[in-house]
Design a protein around this ligand. Sequence first.
Ligand code: SAH
Length: 456
Amino acid sequence: MNAKVKQQPGRGYVYIAGAGPGDPELLTVKAERVLRDADVILYDDLVSLELVDQYNAVKIYTGKRKNSHHFEQEEINREIVRHALAGKKVVRLKGGDPFVFGRGGEEIDTLRAHDIGYEIVPGITAAHGASAYSEIPLTMRGISSSVAFCTGHPVGNIHVPDTDTIVYYMVASTVHDVLDAVAAKGRSGSTMVAVVQNATRYNQKIFTGTIDDFRTREKTVYSPALLIVGDSIGKFIEHNWYSRKKKVLLTGGDSSRYSPTGCITVHFACRKISGADLQAVEQAFGRIGDFSLLFFPNRFSVKYFFRFLFESGRDVRSLAHMTICSAGSAAADELRKAGLVPDHHLEPDAAGGYAGSFRERGITGSHILLPGSNSVDDTLVERLKGLGNEVTPLGVYAHEVRQDEAIDLDFIDEIYFSSPACVRNFHSLFTSIPERITVTPADLATEEAFRRLFGH
Ligand code: SAH
């Protein structure tokens, strides 16, 4: 008998995984694990950025969003193979389930042809997500005992099976054609119909009526949307459990400090943390002896400051002459990772803000180096100067407002701002916030920034 040969290390592996319909929590435990282990994630249009952003892998967007490179299926196949042959763990992440209108089959053919190992991780398909989040049972005792998943595209090839419930995918531009086909098959005009747009996302929207209602009404349907036909659709689904929940928008990269219970939370990074002005950073390190106090206003300022410090060949000994100050526990934790305990630990919510805490501690006549983002908090700088200090802000990371995932405030009940920079970035996207929305600032400085910019 021949012994089995263990697969050679160095050869990659591919997971074809479903990301679920939209709500980032509708992911299987297995998909979560493979995403965490992945070296490369190739993800589609319908996969939420909020989900993909959580992982460290190299992320490659293969969808068809505006202003971005359009990948043909062939090219996607080539990319998957290229990374796998380079020995990487690749996750091919698709909206919903990979085998429900997901072209997973074609990708597998390619993997087999190249003798690349793979697994398939199922996902919650849009029909199941929509069903649960809009309270439409797909089967119901006495009303519906069968269900079919069909495509509403292309128009010339619309199937109308004899099931009690039919769920049509890809209907954004074909709702009327599909309903004409359903009516032509002899379904009663009083049969219930629902369109579920953005199912399981904070901006889920549902339209219901009968087949006759829908055929006489002109309705714009935005993608992604499903059309459900069948009498298990109840009359009150517009007021389903999901639409009744409060929706809270959490801005900032790190919003773990705020976790409202019983609410739907929507993350909006509002920024992308990236590079810094390297020349300015190098200059500051070159004259580090001139500074007497180092003040870290947040976690990111610590993380990036030390990254650059170490990259420049220095270590914490070059800071030995300085007083070190940090604000908030996240920054203090990050400092500890670098082997430092701050001399002064400031509370973000202290009365009078940071400048108040500096005054209380009698910090004056210092030359303060203030690492932070490229968007300098002028008010803080002025106040610290007002106490008789010299202040040098140093951009160690950049805030860039990300506009690729716009937020529709119509669906939002509360906004949490995690920092003054988030308020400023948000203000560059939305000049006003509707009255009905509650605003929760993380601390006093954030509240001040909010009042200043939004005039509340
Ligand atoms: N593999 C996916 C389907 C891909 S086809 C799955 O299993 O769900 C793309 C179609 O899926 C869209 O045109 C739309 O009809 C449907 N779809 C995907 N996500 C959706 C969502 N959040 N809400 C409504 N429809 C969705």
